[in-house]
Design a protein around this ligand. Structure first.
Ligand SMILES: [Zn+2]
Length: 413
């Protein structure tokens, strides 16, 4: 049995305008058990709207150690059995940067995961902060740990102060437990007039993605503008679309000594729209949960109606797979049907996943017997088509393809 990590969740004031509990209305509460590499984690939400500025956010913040453990326990993406393309539009990111930055500008990308975007930045002629750090490694590491995982203020290492023409933060800000302190820390990295480039999910246009469990802030261009104004930035560009992921928006701000005051009255006007978007997002999330049950039932039907001996193969050893498998097992009248977890990630091979009796293995075409029917449930969000192509390349005469998260059949050959 995997260990469930709990923490203490503390309510905070409005991140945008600082209004306290007396001016906050709870829109909904939720909690979820989230699977990571080693452990499971309970995330809690008290989704709240500020009466003063209309901002919608999760008012509960976990202890520092919880975020640190959670994010260090994430799955790495690297694989040797499938080519994983970036899940963002590289050209779109570069176009925006080229509009605002001079050639050879010095950049710092924060929250860069595997550094997928670094190579493109270097190729485009920018000077990018990488692993050959300017400050002592330990000082930088402590600082990064503070920024990413504890979400709290940390003074930038001396050698990094005012060292960059731009800081890039793609899909980072919505995860911050203490965004004001974080933004002020980042401000310390920038030269006077330096640019902060942010992409985050858009609450109104993509409410489901905005409300993902790891997010504290459900942002729109208006609320993000107020947030960065408060931290000493002036916004020079926002775009509703034009982010490198379909569910995001982009914002470019400049460090200034005279930021415009946050436009609270302007924000208040959007309050009803934000509330409606929140409720829509919650509906879509409920639909997503229903989809998992639909997937389990589709697998059950495929197994029951199979004219041949049958195996169920999950592709993507993750939470979605785990939840569908756990729903599926009680539906099947027999334990004789094998339910197997596959994943292309090197790191997941040989690991244990809740809901499965077998360990995670890499998909190897020679392990798929042509005489059997393979019911394949694809659970790797973002790479569904790539994995479908991979399965088709096995050349099996009989297989069914399902989109696990979508709760629908992709094909039945
Ligand atoms: Zn507020």
């Amino acid at each position: 049995m995997r260990e469930l990590i709990e923490t203490t969740w503390t309510p905070v004031a409005c991140d945008v305008c600082g209004a306290d509990a007396t001016e906050l209305t709870v829109l909904g509460t939720r909690s979820a058990r989230i699977l990571q590499k080693q452990h499971d984690y309970t995330w809690r939400h008290q989704d709240t709207q500020c009466k003063r500025c209309g901002f919608v956010f999760n008012r509960l913040r976990p202890e520092a150690g919880f975020l640190r453990d959670y994010y260090t326990d994430c799955w790495p993406i690297s694989s040797t059995s499938i080519t994983i393309e970036p899940d963002f539009d590289v050209a779109l990111r570069l176009n925006l940067l080229n509009r605002w930055l001079t050639p050879q500008a010095r950049l710092y990308e924060i929250g860069d995961k595997l550094g997928e975007f670094h190579a493109a930045l270097v190729k485009a002629g920018y000077e990018v902060a990488g692993d050959d750090v300017m400050a002592a490694a330990s000082e930088r590491r402590d600082w990064l740990d503070g920024l990413f995982r504890r979400g709290c203020v940390a003074v930038p290492p001396t050698a990094m102060r005012e060292a960059f023409d731009a800081v890039l933060a793609y899909f980072v800000v919505e995860h911050l437990a203490n965004p004001q302190h974080w933004l002020r820390s980042i401000r310390g990295l920038l030269t006077p007039g330096g640019c902060l480039v942010i992409e985050v999910p858009h609450l109104v246009l993509h409410p489901k993605e905005a409300l993902m469990h790891e997010h504290f802030l459900y942002l729109t261009p208006e609320s993000l503008t107020a947030l960065v104004n408060e931290a000493g930035f002036e916004v020079v560009e926002t775009s509703d679309s034009g982010a490198s992921r379909r569910f995001g928006f982009a914002l470019v701000a400049r460090k200034t000594e005279t930021p415009p005051p946050p436009d609270l009255a302007g924000l208040q006007v959007c309050a009803a729209k934000l509330q409606a978007s929140y409720l829509r997002g919650r509906e879509l999330l409920d639909d997503a949960t229903n989809n998992l049950m639909v997937s389990a039932r589709l697998v059950f039907i495929a197994v029951n109606e199979a004219p041949l001996s049958v195996r169920v193969c999950f592709f993507g050893a993750n939470q979605t797979a785990s939840e569908i498998a756990s729903l599926l097992r009680p539906l099947l009248a027999t334990d004789a049907v094998e339910i197997l977890p596959f994943d292309n990630s090197d790191a997941k091979t040989g690991t244990d996943l809740e809901g499965f009796e077998h360990l995670v293995q890499k998909p190897d075409p020679t392990g798929f017997a042509p005489a059997m029917l393979h019911v394949c449930v694809i659970c790797s969000r973002g790479w569904t088509q790539a994995i479908a192509t991979q399965i088709r390349s096995f050349g099996l005469p009989h297989f069914v393809l399902l989109d696990g998260a979508g709760g629908c059949l992709l094909s039945a050959d």
